[in-house]
Design a binder for this molecule. Structure first.
Ligand SMILES: NC(=O)c1ccc[n+]([C@@H]2O[C@H](COP(=O)([O-])OP(=O)(O)OC[C@H]3O[C@@H](n4cnc5c(N)ncnc54)[C@H](O)[C@@H]3O)[C@@H](O)[C@H]2O)c1
Ligand SMILES: [Zn+2]
Ligand SMILES: [Zn+2]
Length: 346
């Protein structure tokens, strides 16, 4: 089969590799029909994730058709259409029992990281019963690809951790796929205002179509000053960080009103300076974490009932043999006006 193989920092190839086989009785082999690229794949390619060894097939998102299910798999059989979760969970360990699948003792985020991933014609999914979801009938399958990673991430680590409530003023720093997912799923709770901050004018324009009430370009305006102007000098109830750098964490810790929550979603590669001397007296709550994907069934229902339309995040379509072009477009997202790409079998 063909797959997109990480060949070491700065290098990747779409090439022939052996088709995956069932290794454990709980494994499922999925014939991938649609996959996508995540910012994390770009981090791996840059060499920022040394745990990912050269020779690993990239990708942790996608949908497909069950090719073969191991003898211990109960919920899936050959021919079933499935959504692949970016997080693998055994369902039995201490963390899985608490719904903290991201820390599964025999799983977590391993696809396209520690084991071969979904940017391939076939993928082996360990613990298929817990790590796959059935595709419901009559739903846009492009939309379902957004359930592998970005929607649960924005919802769990941004919206739920931040505790968005009706009437809240929410600020989201970063209007990439994750920030937009947080924007979409914040609206389940009817916040009064959602302010999006980014430096990319096109993404801010997109954010408005997804329900942002205000947008701030932090390249041309001071976002902190502008937020206090917009909130009668009060600040926001919830600030979500969806970039992963000190500058955007700083914006978040500067705009909260007393009792507010800072929900950090971004993956940080360097320390941030916590303004504890200012924040302690304001009763601020700070959360952060790795997505668990334990909300995937809930989010799936909201997509089926058309409460959210995550397919609108998709800006480009490619076929498997154009995957290198897909990386070029996604890697130059600002220039190409890209948010999420879909790579399909045909
Ligand atoms: N916690 C988790 O489980 C989890 C899961 C997936 C992704 N993530 C992380 O979420 C973050 C966002 O992911 P994404 O795919 O949306 O990334 P992305 O790179 O597509 O989007 C980031 C956005 O931030 C904007 N930006 C960059 N610097 C800025 C600045 N100084 N001020 C304002 N805006 C700025 C960019 O223009 C871009 O639109 C990343 O750090 C990613 O690694 C976390
Ligand atoms: Zn991802
Ligand atoms: Zn587990």
């Amino acid at each position: 089969m063909k797959a997109l193989v990480y060949e070491g920092p700065g290098s990747k190839e779409w090439k022939d590799v052996p088709k995956p086989q069932i290794l454990e009785s709980t494994d499922v082999i999925v014939k991938v029909t649609k996959t996508t690229i995540c910012g994390t794949d770009l981090h791996i390619l840059k060499g920022d994730v040394p745990e990912t060894k050269p020779g690993t097939i990239l990708g942790h998102e996608g949908i497909g058709i069950v090719e073969e299910a191991g003898p211990a798999v109960k919920n899936f059989k050959a021919g079933d259409e499935v959504i692949i979760s970016c997080v693998t969970s055994c369902g039995r360990c201490e963390y899985c029992k608490e719904g903290m699948y991201s820390h599964c003792e025999d799983g977590g985020w391993i696809l396209g990281h520690l084991i071969d991933g979904t940017q391939a014609e076939y993928v082996r999914i360990p613990y298929g019963d817990n790590s796959l979801y059935h595709v419901p009938k009559g739903v846009d399958t492009d939309a379902l690809v957004m359930l592998s990673d970005i929607l649960p991430t924005g919802f769990e680590i941004g919206v739920k951790s931040g505790g968005v409530k009706p009437g809240d003023v929410v600020a989201i720093v970063g209007a990439g796929p994750i920030g937009i997912s947080a924007l979409l799923t914040s609206q389940f709770y009817s916040p009064a205002e959602i302010i999006m901050i980014d430096m990319d004018e096109n993404r801010l324009k997109e954010a408005k179509t997804f329900g942002a009430t205000h947008v701030i370009n932090s390249r041309t305006e001071d976002p902190v000053k502008r937020i206090f102007e917009l909130t009668e000098n009060k600040g926001v109830d919830v600030a979500m960080e969806a970039v992963g750098i000190p500058a955007t964490f700083d914006i978040c810790q500067s705009i909260l009103k007393p009792g507010g929550s800072l929900a950090n979603i971004g993956v940080h590669g360097s320390p941030v300076e916590l303004q504890a001397q200012k924040l302690w007296i304001q009763n601020i709550k700070i959360t952060m974490g790795l997505v668990n994907t334990n909300t995937t069934p809930l989010l799936l229902k909201t997509v089926v009932s058309d409460k959210i339309q995550p397919e609108k995040l998709i800006t480009h379509h490619f076929t498997f043999d154009e995957i290198i072009d897909a990386y070029d477009v996604f890697g130059n997202a600002a220039k190409e006006k890209a948010l999420k790409v879909i790579i399909s079998r045909d």
